[in-house]
Design a protein around this ligand. Structure first.
Ligand code: ADP
Ligand code: MG
Length: 733
């Protein structure tokens, strides 16, 4: 589709949506429809014999092995439930290291004698599947000739139904492992890391004697999702959006986000209709989405769920991304989940809100009133601080990708330097503890609004800091550097593991100090001593100021904090001896499993970048250059005609010369890029060498092509420009 057609259609579509008569609608009844497509606890309780239900709960909550008989009964109940909802297929749904989800559908129909069929799902089919694993990335874990991979049912994440036009499919969340049990997915290490953290956290509770009735500690997660919507017509007229998810060219529009008139603005009718449908679909799947609003950039939006247990929240996060992508075309939109679809405009992230809770419902990161007396909270807080300082490199690596490289540090997203924000109240307590004892908690107070009719509202104990990569926000930490298109499973695996180690460390010291018969006084003394030590060693990671400022970069360097500016610098940290030992010690990843991930991350980085480079050359050669040459011919003709008529045309001649020069430079830059993009390293054999080459040679060449391309856009006749512009894409809805 050319730009003119795309623009005409997009504008028509936009007007049609605005002028469309309002439909009457059947309201979504949360009490009846919420999670109606989920085989969750409610459905299980209603449909399973009591003993089977209880034994399943034992498996879900305490990891007790699942009995074959129980599995058979559950499978049959699940199948009947799915059939009632129109499903005739089922699939093991898993998350390979591509970062996406995978499914291979099987029919529930089984031949049953001549001319007859029955619907069936056996216990063993529920528990285990064997998809051909050979084409999923394994990063060297497994040779293609031994391509066996198994999917294993994760009963802690409920099965759900995905509805198609003619059929529905029962999706069973599973882990994906190789035949010798190595994790080939994102879920397996996540589950291991939750176990590791839970075990260490329980030790702390035992020390404080607060473990009564607690049988499990786990983490909670609420991930806010940012995304862009562009009209599908524009999307299809931009080969770069189609193949790379981001624009490789595009001059800055005169009106971007300067006026901040999009942020929290009223949501356009067409976008609202889209959001409504997304939310209805997600609510049916039991995904508790709650908040929606316009984000900072024009055309950018956000959606946030209520937090859940991390494993389920991660699965739900994948469903959120899939649902946004699937529903958008019904409204003539394309949902862009890329971290930086438009240069010079804010990018998209995924704020990862993380906390630790007991199965009795106590949030262990809740400071409560009189925080300075809440020693248990302070232990958990300091454990997180210590973990982030010790392993800020791993945390940084956990969110590294080609796409996120464009966003981090771009003055809209936290920099690549990891640090922790605490706020005034906690900072004050930390400083007191460093001196040996904490004696007071700064009071929050109330805000007087100065108008009699307005209520007094309570003030939070600390202001927000939107610039910090890892901020304490009241009763949880918010990891803000996560990219919008990434699975949240991996960053959470890393957070859980580093905090598990830190808690282990502190628990060991405290256990030693208080001995077999602890007294309150002895414990308090020991805690104060240990925390004083932790704080003095690790307080360099705490920063409460503006993370976007230049001063912070200098200050961070003085403090010796790592600044891993891009994926190529960050990912190799995962191979360090320290990292290997950490993941091994807590049974989260073996050395080969970890190494395979490093290879996959680098390979993915290199492949994505190479696709971009190739796409850029193609657009430059086949779309921009022809337009530029056409424009050049027009200018030349006009100069010749003017001079032919005997009129002096100095400035026209000058403009022509400048244009010829610019076109020449552009052509040369394309040739340079093409040359740089001819890789000598084999991508799969030497992913690090390839990635380094891309970072140092291909990216600068791409920057130059882009600079000149954008200059051409600003120079040549608008009617000749072949690509939908930023102004068009960002303003039509
Ligand atoms: P914002 O940060 O946008 O002001 P909130 O702080 O209310 O909004 O919540 C943001 C996200 O944090 C939501 O998804 C919410 O469910 C999640 N959240 C709140 N409490 C917790 C918790 N204890 N653990 C994990 N996530 C949480
Ligand atoms: Mg937030």
């Amino acid at each position: 589709m050319n730009r003119q057609t795309a623009t005409a259609r997009a504008v028509e579509e936009s007007i049609r949506w605005r002028e469309r008569p309002r439909k009457s609608f059947a309201p979504f009844r949360a009490d009846q429809d919420f999670a109606c497509d989920v085989f969750g606890r409610q459905a299980m309780r209603a449909r399973l014999p009591k003993s089977v239900f209880q034994s399943l709960i034992q498996t879900i909550e305490h990891g007790e092995p699942l009995d074959t008989e129980v599995a058979n009964v559950v499978a049959t109940a699940m199948k009947d439930w799915a059939l009632e909802r129109g499903a005739t297929r089922y699939t093991h749904w898993f998350q390979p290291l591509t970062g996406l989800t995978a499914e291979k559908h099987e029919s529930l129909i089984m031949p049953d004698g001549p001319g007859r069929v029955v619907y069936a799902l056996s216990g063993s089919e529920l528990i285990q599947g064997e998809p051909d694993a050979s084409s999923f990335p394994s990063g060297g874990l497994r040779a293609t000739f031994e391509a066996r991979g198994y999917t294993a049912w994760d009963p802690s994440s409920p099965a759900f139904i995905v509805r198609g036009d003619h059929d529905a499919t029962l999706c069973i969340p599973t882990a994906f492992v190789s035949w010798n049990g190595e994790a080939l997915d994102k879920k397996t290490p996540l589950l291991r890391s939750i176990d590791a953290l839970g075990e260490q956290a329980l030790r702390i509770l035992r020390i404080f004697g607060t473990d009564a009735g607690v049988s499990r500690v786990y983490t909670t997660l609420g991930a806010e999702q940012e995304y862009f919507l562009v009209d599908s017509n524009y999307f299809h007229a931009r080969p770069d959006l189609v193949s790379c998810g981001r624009t490789l060219f595009g001059a800055r529009p005169p009106k971007g986000q300067q006026l901040a008139d999009h942020y929290f603005g009223s949501i356009p009718q067409r976008v609202l209709a889209f959001m409504d449908e997304v939310e209805v679909e997600l609510h049916r799947l039991g995904v508790p989405v709650r908040t929606r609003h316009n984000e900072v950039a024009p055309g950018q939006y956000e959606l946030a769920p209520v937090f859940e247990e991390t494993n389920v929240a991660c699965d739900h996060q994948m469903l959120i991304m899939e649902t946004l992508t699937r529903v958008a075309p019904r409204y003539g939109f394309k949902a862009l989940l890329h971290e930086k679809p438009f240069l010079g405009v804010n990018g998209s992230g995924k704020h990862n809100n993380w906390s630790i809770t007991t199965d009795t419902g106590v949030n262990l990161l809740d400071p409560r009133d009189e925080t300075h007396t809440n020693m248990q909270f302070l232990v958990f807080l300091c454990a997180v601080i210590q973990a982030v300082d010790r392993h800020s490199d791993l945390l940084r690596a956990s969110i590294a990708s080609a796409a996120n490289d464009h966003r981090l540090g771009a003055n809209e997203a936290p920099p690549a330097i990891m640090s922790v924000f605490l706020g005034d109240m906690l900072m004050d307590i930390i400083e007191q503890l460093e001196q040996g004892d904490a004696k007071r908690t700064i009071k929050k107070g109330a805000i007087n609004l100065g108008a009699k009719s307005l209520p007094q509202i309570p003030r939070h104990s600390g202001d927000r800091n939107r610039t910090s990569p890892f901020a304490f926000t009241g009763n949880k930490f918010e990891f803000r550097a996560v990219g919008s298109s990434d699975s949240v499973a991996w960053p959470n695996t890393v957070i859980n593991t580093i905090v598990a180690e830190s808690l282990d460390d502190i628990a060991t010291q405290l256990e030693k100090a208080v001995g077999a018969n602890p007294t309150a006084a002895k414990l308090e003394q020991a805690v104060k001593r240990v925390l004083k030590q932790v704080i003095s060693e690790h307080k360099r990671i705490i920063f409460n100021g503006d993370n976007y400022s230049k001063e912070w970069h200098a200050e961070a360097e003085r403090r010796g904090l790592p600044n891993l500016r891009n994926t190529v610098e960050a990912v190799p940290c995962l191979k360090s001896r320290k990292a290997v030992a950490l993941f091994k010690k807590y049974n989260v990843l073996t050395k080969p499993e970890l190494e395979s991930r490093v290879n996959i991350f680098l390979e993915k980085y290199a492949k994505q970048c190479m696709i971009e480079a190739e796409q850029m050359v193609a657009i430059g050669r086949t779309a921009i250059l022809p337009a530029a040459i056409e424009h050049q011919a027009r200018v030349a003709e006009s100069v010749a005609a003017t001079e032919g008529a005997g009129v002096d045309c100095e400035s026209g001649r000058q403009a022509l010369e400048d244009l010829v020069e610019l076109v020449e430079q552009f052509r040369e830059a394309l040739a340079q890029l093409e040359k740089a993009a001819r890789l000598e390293q084999d991508l799969e054999e030497q992913p690090l060498a390839a990635a380094r080459h891309i970072q140092s040679r291909v990216h600068p060449a791409m920057d130059e092509v882009r600079r000149l391309g954008d200059q051409l856009e600003a120079t040549i006749a608008d009617e000749l420009w072949p690509l939908p512009t930023y102004r068009e894409m960002l303003s039509t809805r």
